[in-house]
Design a protein around this ligand. Structure first.
Ligand SMILES: Nc1nc2c(ncn2[C@@H]2O[C@H](COP(=O)(O)OP(=O)(O)OP(=O)(O)O)[C@@H](O)[C@H]2O)c(=O)[nH]1
Ligand SMILES: [Mg+2]
Length: 193
């Protein structure tokens, strides 16, 4: 039986159509929709899991990446415990732009939330040749370059994901959950009673 619970607000950000909503759907419901229904404003999804006897409750705040929704953003960022920044690996303008805009999203987080745990997802990995990402070290989106970039930018980790196939999704989200859980546990252990 569990005797305590932790709750975390996790924001999911990145350009429009990179797959933020799809990643949450894949992780929480194990479903995928090929059709693109862009998020209006923001959407909330709840997720719970028991970790070492503690009920860990997450609330994912999924933000519309399309510009035009910037006015609601302040409220969106308030009180976040972690952020997932998503870009797309697809070899299109959308993909390339989403990669470049990652920095802009990161700045938004620092501005509104200060230093919170950050995770980077490179999504739609099913649309590219994964061997290229592993072997071609000259590619900015290669595994080696992205692992380094993620480290330099203060991300906890970088993961390649596909909401379509599910590849990497569980592992990426679970890494964040574990990080949040252990951070909180450490804080509780040092709390003066
Ligand atoms: N091939 C492929 N398509 C994906 C993947 N993830 C999402 N998509 C598709 O990409 C489109 C956009 O996905 P969404 O999850 O709605 O993107 P979003 O980032 O939430 O977009 P906004 O709500 O507008 O910010 C949809 O047509 C999805 O089916 C993926 O991993 N692989
Ligand atoms: Mg969306």
């Amino acid at each position: 039986m569990t005797n305590s619970s932790y709750s975390f607000k996790v924001i999911v950000i990145g350009d429009g159509a990179v797959g933020k909503t799809s990643l949450i759907k894949r992780f929480v419901h194990d479903t995928f929709n090929k059709e693109y229904i862009n998020t209006l404003g923001s959407e909330i999804t709840k997720y719970s899991e028991i970790v070492e006897d503690v009920n860990v409750n997450l609330i994912f705040w999924d933000l519309a990446g399309q510009s035009g929704f910037s006015r609601i953003r302040e409220n969106f960022f308030k009180g976040s415990n972690a952020a997932i920044v998503v870009f797309s690996h697809e070899e299109t303008d959308l993909g390339e732009q989403s990669f470049r805009n990652m920095l802009k999203w990161l700045q938004d987080v620092y501005e509104h939330c200060g230093r919170i745990p950050l995770i980077l997802f490179g999504n739609k990995v099913d649309l590219v040749d994964e061997n290229e990402l592993t072997d071609n070290k000259d590619l900015p989106q290669s595994d080696r370059n992205l692992n380094k970039l993620a480290k330099d930018m203060g991300f906890l980790a970088y993961f390649k994901t596909s909401a379509l196939t599910g590849s990497g999704v569980q592992h990426a989200f679970k890494t964040l959950i574990k990080e949040l859980y252990f951070n909180q546990r450490r804080l509780e252990e040092h709390k003066v009673t």
